[in-house]
Unconditional design. Sequence first.
Length: 195
Amino acid sequence: MTPTTRPESVAGILNRARFSLDGDEVSVRDVVEAMGRASFAPLLMLPAMIVASPASGIPGLSSICGISIALIAFQMIARRDHVWLPDWIMRRHAPRERIRKALDWLCPPALFLDRVTRQRVCMLVEPPLLIVPQIICLLAGAMMPMLELVPFTSSLLGFAVAVMAVAMVTRDGLLVLLGLSTIVGAFALGQYLLA
């Protein structure tokens, strides 16, 4: 992607995810194959948005999404060509109807993001500073399994990662700052609830 090319829309990414919704169950493998294994930022965005949606109520989903986020972010940092996820994650599945409802719930925010995002403060989503949101996504994803039982924290972290991923997809560096603010808020809430 060159700096002058308009990146794919957020709504377009969600529509691509809809192609994986065949059968009664949707596996992680179905979603990865539908998105394309070289689509790092979209593949990072999707589990984060799902964790931020009502689908996060599915037991264990926040943990699976968090581990996936951490692995994808690590591979972005390592500059791999294609996403790799372990087979035990690729085989995980969720009811198709729950995932469809989550994607439906995410459509209005995605359309809103497509209207308001644009290429700005691009230095925050380009090397060398690009590694900052990638590291934040890695750490947030790694924390999700540990915070799954603390109300709202996994969803807040998912929202923050989704914002960072949207920043990378749309090249809108201003969203990196919003994602950072959300991370700080999530940890403050977690400390308050655990105190």
